[in-house]
Design a protein around this ligand. Structure first.
Ligand code: C2G
Length: 140
């Protein structure tokens, strides 16, 4: 059984995330997702729209995700790989090269990011819409 792991925030879950998880899962038989906690996102300076609980909830609904573990720090990957007998660590290629040192413990693969979609774009759009709504409410 070939076991895969990937890491991320997966905020405002979208097609780019799904595309990554699908391709990761196709590389093996079992997919572990290490989901960044709200506290770790603060360390990553990443503002999230959905809480860890909400993000975990939508990932749990995906049949291609076999296990979800919390990602609480940058240093846990080596232990995660050993504890879960991981064969391949998969990340989008915006992380290309960043985790190569882990290829002592497992294969490391970077897959092309899905173009034209990102959580930050979605959040900007949500923010813009809510500002417009507030303005319209004031006018009416
Ligand atoms: N991704 C993608 N295409 C997009 C957006 C994201 O392939 N359009 C991929 C990213 O490359 C990443 C995964 O989806 O592999 C999750 O993306 P994020 O939630 O943005 O993850 P990130 O904040 O980069 O966290 O320790 C690693 C970090 O926790 C990764």
């Amino acid at each position: 059984m070939s076991k895969i792991i990937t890491y991320g925030t997966f905020d405002t879950f979208h097609y780019g995330h799904l595309n990554l998880l699908k391709r990761a899962r196709e590389l093996g038989d079992y997919l572990v997702v290490a989901l960044s906690t709200d506290e770790f996102n603060r360390i990553k300076n990443k503002e999230v729209f959905h809480s860890y609980k909400q993000r975990k909830e939508y990932l749990k609904m995906l049949k291609i995700v076999d296990l979800i573990i919390p990602e609480t720090n940058w240093e846990q990957k080596e232990k995660d790989i050993k504890d879960n007998q991981i064969d391949i660590l998969v990340m989008g290629d915006d992380w290309k090269g960043k985790f190569d040192k882990l290829n002592k413990y497992c294969e490391v693969r970077y897959l092309p990011r899905t173009k034209g979609i990102s959580s930050s774009d979605i959040k900007q759009c949500l923010l813009k819409n809510s500002k417009t709504e507030q303005k319209n409410r004031k006018i009416n």
